[in-house]
Design a protein around this ligand. Structure first.
Ligand code: ADP
Ligand code: MG
Length: 684
């Protein structure tokens, strides 16, 4: 839409005064363009129908003739109930009206009237919600009326009128914004027409055609941003071309305690190529829990450090930071590579020392939580940032990171398997590498869903596994007892198990412990000095103790599907058969279905698909942090095919040289500049 409409205050629409303009701004509408973009989420159908075809309980609009005198009952001073017989087709319908006593005088026998309401086919009764006398100039009868979400002093009928008015006054100013060739290719109606018809369609088919265009447009502009960012990142070639010492990397790989899978080797090759190229790497490494992403990151970090750069590994929790620091330090020790930890729980002095050693280049690799690449942290020569489990990192944050003047290569790793829908949406600007297989010799985890009456047997089973030398996690939803929730808590369970398993060491881990305590417990568990770990979900992601084979989850119906899959992924990480036991008696259908899905598949992608289906995309990444854009009309799930088309079209467009120079595309480049993707240099 032409920018003018977005700067034109909404008050310029006749009928919108200062007060209403203010109320509209609460709905996020301040300009004429914003008003025209405020699309309905459905239509109210006022098209006339034949009563014989209407089902019981349906809402319907019919035309008829008043047959008898209305009969009115007042109920108190303002409430009333009126009945009146009306001839509709061949039905003599008894109509019921609530609180419409002011209409009584108009309901004369023989008068024609259009009635909308709920049809009770058994009693031949229509409860009238709206009525209209035929022949009214701008009547509803025969139309589809848009339904908008409204609030405050803004009523539906007022908003309908104002949008109608805005279309009359400014409709002609709505400009085409899609490239001509795409409009032709998809046979789209003009933008002006699509907006008018989306608000006021002549038929449902017409509304659907208009919607199709607007959906495409929303996806296209979103994807254009992603694809342009991606193309520019390459074109600029202002990243670091790391002089990777390939023989040294190969030698390092040979010293690993296991053979890498073909998938790991392939992904490493892709990453090494990116590291050597002058463009900035922007790569997503996807792989199910336990597929071995850490070692891929380790190889990449090794290559960068060997080439003279520094590396940062950013993780979501302190527990994970400590674990990664420990395993990287072990791997890199023989090479004299320095690994440091940077988290919120360092003392001021430790922090100061770490920062200094990073700045001087004495630390080669830093592992830490989110604050790592922000604030006052300077690197001497940051070459690679790896983010683990950071699937909440959006395109805008990546652009910010680049603009901070550091142009490090970026590798984002995620174990939350992302359905393709969301991968394209959230990570459209990234190159994607996928670990397709688990390391050899892994046995599928056996998952059971059981009721609380099985507890004793589960404990006996744990004891048996521990006798074999294995270890177990037991997850509780709460830390301590709660008055409100009748679910298991970690403190009580820990006390109970310590008592009933005197032979074993039972550990306790939860978010309220201080970091040093947490580290100590995790280290004990990793070394099998603790055999049973009672924990809250603080160990949900990333924790890696391959000797653990039992995962028991109390009150499993309180957890989401992806979360359950992550928790389950803490076992089955070694050669031993592993088990996941979900304790729950879910009441809701969704709850039952979640547990069923868990017992039926171990495949993270399958689980993610199911999760998305049960929860919807908005919820999938956990509310607002998702980095997912909100679309006004488009629906990520239902309109997925359109999204794919828009992605391909946007990618093709930005790969053409005339896109960056041609006059035809100036408006699109202006859009990219407004979005912060482009600097001014591409505009003339
Ligand atoms: P995730 O992808 O979930 O982050 P990790 O990187 O933590 O998985 O790896 C899971 C476990 O598998 C670790 O104990 C790791 O040492 C081991 N592992 C990784 N790659 C291989 C391999 N190629 N062969 C055998 N074990 C491997
Ligand atoms: Mg991991």
């Amino acid at each position: 839409m032409s920018m003018d409409l977005y700067v034109k205050p909404v008050r310029e629409v006749h009928g919108i005064g200062p007060q209403k303009a203010e109320d509209l701004s609460a709905l996020g509408i301040s300009s004429v363009g914003g008003l025209l973009d405020y699309f309905p989420f459905r239509y109210e159908d006022y098209r006339l129908r034949d009563l014989a075809e209407v089902k019981d309980g349906e809402k319907v609009t019919v035309e008829g003739k008043i047959y008898g005198e209305p009969v009115m009952q007042m109920m108190g001073r303002t409430k009333s109930r009126m009945t009146c017989r009306v001839m509709v087709d061949s039905f003599l319908v008894s109509t019921v009206w609530f609180n419409r006593h002011f209409l009584k005088d108009k309901l004369r026998p023989g008068t024609e009237i259009v009635l909308t309401g709920k049809w009770d086919s058994r009693r031949l009764q229509l409860t009238v919600s709206e009525s209209e006398f035929p022949g009214k100039a701008d009547g509803r009868t025969g139309t589809l009326q848009p339904v908008y979400s409204v609030g405050g002093s803004i009523t539906l009928s007022w908003l309908r009128r104002m949008i109608g008015q805005a279309l009359k006054q400014f409709g002609a100013m709505i400009e085409e914004n899609l490239p001509k060739e795409l409009c032709t290719q998809y046979d789209f109606m003009a933008r002006r027409q699509a907006i008018a018809l989306l608000h006021q369609p002549g038929s449902l088919e017409e509304g659907a055609r208009a919607r199709k265009r607007i959906v495409y447009e929303e996806f296209f502009f979103f994807q254009l941003k992603m694809q342009a960012y991606r193309a520019l990142t390459r074109k600029r070639a202002d990243g670091i071309a790391h002089p990777v010492d390939l023989p040294a990397v190969r030698a390092f790989v040979k010293t690993l305690p296991f053979r890498l899978t073909d998938s790991q080797l392939k992904v490493i090759a892709e990453i090494l190529e990116d590291l050597q190229a002058p463009a900035c790497m922007n790569r997503l490494l996807q792989g199910d829990v336990g597929s071995g992403k850490t070692v891929v990151a380790a190889v990449a970090l090794y290559a960068v450090v060997k080439a003279g750069g520094q590396g940062a590994l950013m993780v979501p929790t302190e527990i994970l930071a400590e674990q990664h620091r420990r395993s990287l330090a072990k791997l890199f020790e023989p090479y004299g590579i320095q690994v440091s930890l940077l988290t919120g729980s360092l003392t001021a002095r430790e922090r100061r020392e770490t920062l200094a050693s990073l700045q001087m280049g004495m630390t080669d690799i830093v592992v830490g939580t989110h604050a790592l690449i922000q604030d006052d942290i300077f690197f001497r020569n940051l070459g690679l940032v790896v983010t683990d489990e950071q699937h909440r990192f959006g395109v805008n944050q990546r652009a910010v990171l680049r603009r901070k003047g550091m142009n490090p290569d970026i590798l984002s790793m995620t174990a939350t398997p992302i359905p393709r829908t969301l991968a394209i949406t959230a990570f459209g600007d990234l190159d994607v590498s996928t670990l397709q297989e688990l390391p050899k010799g892994r046995l599928p985890i056996d998952t059971y869903s059981v009721g609380h009456h099985m507890l004793e047997r589960i404990m006996a089973f744990i004891a048996k596994e521990v006798d074999k030398g294995r270890q177990a996690y037991i997850i509780c939803p709460l830390i301590e007892e709660s008055e409100k929730l009748d679910v298991q808590n970690a403190l009580d369970l820990h006390a109970e198990l310590t008592h009933s398993f005197p032979r074993l060491k039972v550990g306790l881990l939860h978010g309220r412990m201080v970091p040093a305590e947490k580290d100590a417990v995790m280290a004990d568990f990793a070394e099998n000095r603790v055999q049973v770990l009672v924990s809250t979900t603080v160990i949900e992601v990333g924790v890696d103790v391959p000797n653990a084979t039992v995962m028991v989850i109390y009150d499993a119906d309180r957890f989401g599907l992806s979360q359950l899959h992550q928790l389950r992924g803490r076992v089955g990480r070694g050669e031993h058969q592993s088990y996941c036991i979900l304790i729950a008696e879910p009441k809701s259908e969704t709850g039952k279905e979640r547990l069923r899905a868990m017992t039926e598949t171990n495949d993270g992608f399958e689980i993610a698909r199911k999760d998305l289906e049960l929860r919807g995309p908005g919820d999938f990444f956990g509310t607002k942090q998702s980095g997912l854009p909100e679309f006004k009309v488009a629906d990520l799930m239902a309109d997925f095919e359109v999204l794919e088309n828009a992605r391909d079209d946007a990618a093709a467009l930005v790969s053409r040289s005339d896109f960056w120079t041609g006059a035809d595309y100036l408006e699109l480049r202006r859009f990219l500049e407004r979005e912060g993707i482009l600097g001014g240099e591409w505009l003339d």
